[in-house]
Design a protein around this ligand. Structure first.
Ligand code: SF4
Ligand code: SF4
Length: 354
């Protein structure tokens, strides 16, 4: 579990309010309902501190600025991009693109961001965003990224009745197939009942069964994609339900160094367990299951940690059976067994054994 990417939530404030928002971000000046004003925005001091500390941890390669809508803190974003670039990171910006109101504005803003140090733009657009952001803004931004030679990714969240998907955007933006995988990327996921998404009608959700073929294997993000949230806490993953799962809180930048937090994460049995067999694997191990399945792996994680029945069984299992977890799932996990099988079958091993 080496850390590769650092997500930075610059603000919980957003200029729009999508009905599925996993954090429940809100309008300028209010952010997430119920959180005090002082912890809606990451301070400049903590922001610069975390970038500087991440630069001294060799595995970190990417810093991704997100929110809320990170361009609401535009001057600070420019400064942070410069700082991240100066420290050798690849940089990414996750945005709703509402600012790309016309071709000129899209290009001039993106040029300025690029000049400051931005490598990749990641646009969130789907049926939840489209009531607030016109498709023309997405088109303006796509054209600007193309003309500036910047990689662009479209992050699409889908519900059952969704119209907007990869094919729709390819058609509407006239994206050539040849650009896929090098200049243009698509990330599609199912809507998750978390944050404001919890209030959506149950019919919106796609639930996939629990099989590993549906992607319910180890979590690739825990311990590798850390996130700093506006109050300075560090979360052990990029997980959407982090505010509901205390186990994912790895430390506090106000009191801990990022280095210590990363080191602690690497020795955390629960995080290792999540990274190797994933939340669904853990639920199977502790004898819990879900009849309807999960929207995605993070939804499963939320069910594992926040359902009181699961939580009790999990706490009991972790307390009673740490040796079993370490031996069966961490040391003798499927990947290690495959490596061992390969080694056993290799001519070199055979030659030594003869
Ligand atoms: S999903 Fe993104 S764009 Fe929509 S309200 Fe949340 S932070 Fe804002
Ligand atoms: S599955 Fe859990 S640990 Fe992994 S990213 Fe999602 S919330 Fe985080």
């Amino acid at each position: 579990m080496h850390p590769l990417a650092l997500g930075v939530i610059l603000t919980y404030e957003c200029n729009i309010s999508c009905s599925h928002c996993c954090f429940g971000c809100g309008k300028r000046g209010s952010g997430i309902e119920g959180l005090s004003e002082g912890i809606q925005n990451l301070s400049e001091e903590l922001l610069m501190k975390v970038i500087e500390q991440a630069s001294r941890i060799p595995h970190f390669k990417v810093v991704s600025f997100t929110g809320g809508e990170p361009t609401l803190r535009y001057d600070l974003l420019l400064k942070a991009l410069g700082q991240a670039k100066k420290n050798g990171f690849n940089t990414r910006l996750v945005t709703n693109a509402s600012w790309a109101k016309n071709p000129h504005k899209a290009r001039s803003t993106l040029s300025e961001l690029k000049e400051a140090g931005l490598d990749e733009i990641n646009v969130t657009y789907d049926d939840f965003h489209s009531p607030f952001v016109p498709l023309s803004a997405i088109r303006n931004l796509y054209k600007a990224s193309s003309s500036l030679g910047m990689r662009i990714a479209f992050a699409i969240v889908k519900q059952r009745s969704s119209v907007i998907n990869k094919e729709y955007l390819m058609r509407m933006l006239k994206i050539e197939e040849s650009k896929l995988g090098n200049e243009v990327f698509f990330i599609e996921d199912n809507v998750v009942p978390t944050g404001r998404g919890e209030m959506l009608n149950e019919d919106c959700f796609f639930y996939k069964n629990e099989s590993p073929s549906e992607g319910y294997t180890g979590c690739p993000f825990v311990g590798t994609h850390l996130t700093v949230v506006p109050d300075g806490k560090i979360i052990s993953c990029c997980g959407t339900p982090h505010r509901e799962i205390p186990e994912l809180e790895a430390g506090d930048l106000q009191t801990d160094s990022l280095f210590d937090i990363v080191e602690r994460n690497q020795k955390d049995m629960l995080l290792l367990w999540l990274s190797i067999i994933g939340p669904v694997g853990i639920m199977r191990r502790i004898g819990m299951n879900s009849k309807k399945g999960y929207a995605n792996i993070c939804h499963a994680c939320k069910v594992l940690f926040t359902d009181p029945a699961n939580r009790n069984v999990l706490e009991h299992y972790v307390k009673e059976k740490p040796a079993e977890i370490i031996l069966n799932d961490i040391l003798l996990n499927d990947n290690m067994i495959k490596i061992a099988d390969k080694l056993m079958a290799s001519p070199e091993t055979r030659a030594r054994a003869d």
